[in-house]
Design a protein around this ligand. Structure first.
Ligand code: SF4
Length: 238
């Protein structure tokens, strides 16, 4: 198991419970006779390790949102609450991290792009438009899937092109029937792969539509009503 604290029980590896870890820590600290600034015995809880990790990681330049993912926190506020440093220290540590990253990159990468490079960049995004959506392949890479977009995982289907995608799916079904009828079995397998791709893209669009249709309406924010005391202005407030 990918756990730091685990033990063998019989033939199984089992995780220590938080209570067991706390007891082990208390016993270990008692054996050291270490005390805090007030002269009392030191105490730690398992959660202190998370605080130590987050503090150390952020102070060494790890972006807080990465620490959030590592710790499994839903909110970045929880991660920030775990660290024993002030926000300004976090920002300074992150700036230092960025400066170190920039220093380690070749200087020529920080130059103004040439006209040709700008044109190539714009052309790349123009070329990403396909009939049923957008090709999401990376800049500077060619299509390695022989423009079989309907089968390709890099295609992001456009909801506005759903009807066209449905036509393609219907056409593939008709072609499979024709190929089976005519005995063109070599073609059937490839057409079925394309059909599965078209069905998958349609399912993606429908799932996205459902997700948008079930979005929670948070309503409009309201403002605190400001009332005017009639005794101060001599007439009722509007
Ligand atoms: S097959 Fe894939 S990589 Fe090639 S153009 Fe279509 S979406 Fe892009």
């Amino acid at each position: 198991m990918p756990l730091l604290f685990q033990r063998d029980i019989g033939s199984e590896h089992r995780a220590f419970t938080p209570t067991a870890i706390r007891k082990l820590l208390i016993n270990a600290l008692a054996a050291t006779s270490l005390t805090n600034a007030g002269g009392e015995p030191l105490t730690f809880s398992p959660h202190d390790f998370q605080r130590i990790f987050v503090t150390d990681a952020i102070m060494n330049g790890l972006p807080p949102h990465i620490a959030q993912v590592i710790c499994g926190h839903r909110s970045i506020d929880t991660t920030i609450g775990c660290k024993a440093v002030y926000p300004v220290e976090t920002i300074e540590a992150h700036r230092a991290f960025i400066a170190r990253r920039r220093a380690s990159r070749p200087g020529e990468e920080y130059r103004t792009p040439t006209e040709e490079e700008w044109d190539a960049c714009i052309a790349h995004f123009e070329k990403r438009k396909v009939s049923i959506g957008t090709c999401a392949r990376a800049f500077g890479t060619a299509c390695i899937h022989e423009h079989a977009c309907v089968r390709c995982s890099l295609l992001r289907p456009d909801p506005a092109r759903r009807a066209r995608l449905a036509d393609i799916r219907d056409n593939l079904i008709a072609r499979i029937s024709e190929a089976e009828r005519e005995g063109w079995l070599g073609e059937v397998e490839g057409l079925r792969v394309s059909l599965a791709g078209a069905d998958d893209k349609l399912a993606q669009l429908d799932a996205e539509q459902t997700r948008r249709g079930t979005a929670t309406d948070l309503g409009m924010p309201t403002f605190a009503q400001i009332t005017t005391r009639t005794s101060e202005v001599g007439e009722p407030a509007p």
